[in-house]
Design a protein around this ligand. Structure first.
Ligand SMILES: Cc1ncc(COP(=O)(O)O)c(C=O)c1O
Length: 447
């Protein structure tokens, strides 16, 4: 591959770093770093309503307007109506904080409120000018797949495919395995059941829904679903078991539970599929006793979430059963999930499974923040609707307390508990700052 970066870096900086619109829209970049007078100056820009401006934070001053490539201010105005910055400016906990969040309050809504881990952004930038082949045939994607395979055990004989989103991973994985009359067994709270707008049903497959036990499927509930869906050929044929690990309530499957479900699937001729949107958090849970290699040996296919674990976007589908992997790429392509710039996904997973072990260290951080939140909430006298095993916390709080907290923090009110109490959902992430957890707990104490 020809390396364009060396020859063109200077031109690139001049033409692209802050090419802020001349009438059209521009692609927002999470941040950029210029060197000025030997010092690093971090600059952040965001699309405003017109898409014409950048904001810049340097030496604590914020301005809105146009910026020269050498970092000089061309024209615009100082922003003096700016609210106090939500979480500081500069480097916190060794990471750059942009302050460019458009959210009025600190968010515990989900684990993708921030952009991407700086190592990932850097890797994307560093590889920008290197030409690569397309559709996932590039060297980054190959290396990322090999890095993941190194965790899957000697016996792994399947394939890895990268797609951009979780819903896409579920659609491609599930639809690729099933014939038209075949159905999926899932818990009633499952992501594909409640939160993917009927995407699996839209591929023509019935969802057979069973009650969750601690958020999970059990062999008993699967057996019951098989028994009550056996009037063939009048009923859709149960063929695939859908699990997510972690579950929708943040609980995880133990190795024994996975083994039991796998044995049942083999016995009854079913495909076992695991949605791993939060697999990093599940594997990093103190309660976890399964490894990626265990999972690869027990399920037919699963995916490893990157989007919720510091990637800009991307999930890695691991097809373990060689019988399913043969034509898998055709399914990826037909569903529009094969990116021409597949490199973007490969580069990110190289980092997640690279030397800094982001896949586990970021998940450990997210889980530790959730554990701290949960412990603080319980010691303040409140109870939890589900055990906190990963990076989601489900406290049951008086509605008046929830209202008070809502003026400081963003989070989902998940369910009604009784007339005076509701369950809220707090999600921590690779980027959650501990002082925000402390702040939440102080506001809870004061509410
Ligand atoms: C368990 C699970 N599966 C799948 C998805 C879908 O991911 P996306 O929103 O990227 O399509 C999510 C997202 O919240 C999820 O939590």
């Amino acid at each position: 591959m020809h390396n364009w970066r060396a020859g063109n870096a200077a031109r690139w900086r001049k033409t692209n770093v802050f090419s802020v619109d001349m009438g059209g829209s521009f692609l927002p970049r999470a941040g950029a770093c210029l060197r000025r007078g030997g010092r690093r100056v971090w600059m952040v820009r965001e699309a405003l309503s017109t898409g014409r401006h950048v904001r810049r934070c340097a030496r604590g001053r914020w301005r809105r307007g146009f910026w020269g490539l050498d970092g000089s201010f061309l024209h615009g105005n100082v922003i003096d109506d700016r609210q106090p910055l939500a979480h500081g400016c500069g480097f916190l906990q060794g990471r750059y904080r942009s302050n460019s969040t458009p959210m009025a309050m600190y968010s515990f809504l989900d684990d993708y409120s921030e952009g991407a881990h700086p190592d990932i952004l850097r890797a994307l930038t560093d590889s920008n000018w290197v030409q690569q082949t397309s559709y996932g045939t590039d060297s980054h994607t190959e290396d990322a797949a090999n890095k993941i395979k190194a965790h899957l055990g000697e016996g792994f004989a399947g394939a890895i495919h990268f797609v951009a989103s979780g819903t896409m991973a579920n659609i491609v994985s599930i639809a690729s395995c099933l014939r038209p009359h075949e159905a999926v067994i899932a818990v009633a709270s499952g992501h594909i059941v409640l939160r993917e707008a009927g995407a699996i049903e839209a591929t023509g497959h019935k969802l057979i829904v069973v009650p969750a036990v601690d958020g999970k499927l059990t062999t008993a509930t699967v057996e019951a679903a098989l028994a009550s869906n056996a009037h063939f050929p009048h009923m859709a044929k149960p063929r695939l078991i859908y699990l997510s690990n972690a579950t929708e309530t943040g609980t995880i499957y133990t190795l024994a539970e996975l083994r039991d479900l796998s044995a049942l699937a083999k016995r009854r001729g079913l495909i076992l599929f695991l949605d791993g949107a939060r697999l990093g958090a599940a594997l990093a849970s103190p309660k976890n006793d399964a490894s990626l290699a265990d999972i690869a040996s027990l399920v037919d296919l699963f995916w490893i979430g990157g989007t919720k674990l510091g990637a800009l976007l991307g999930e890695a589908i691991v097809v373990c059963n060689p019988a399913l992997s043969e034509d898998f790429a055709f399914h990826v392509k037909q569903r529009g999930a094969m990116l021409a710039k597949g490199r973007l996904l490969g580069i990110q997973f190289q980092q997640l499974f690279g030397a800094n072990h982001l896949f586990s260290s970021l998940a450990q951080h997210a889980n530790a923040m959730a554990a701290k939140l949960a412990a603080g909430i319980v010691s303040a006298g409140h109870s939890l609707a589900a055990d906190t095993e990963t990076n989601q916390v489900f406290p049951i709080l008086p509605n008046a307390v929830i209202a008070a907290l809502q003026s400081h923090f963003a989070f989902y009110v998940w369910a009604k508990a009784d007339d005076e109490h509701s369950v809220i959902r707090l999600v921590t992430s690779w980027a959650t700052e501990e002082h925000q957890v402390d702040s939440f707990l102080s506001h809870l104490a004061a509410a």
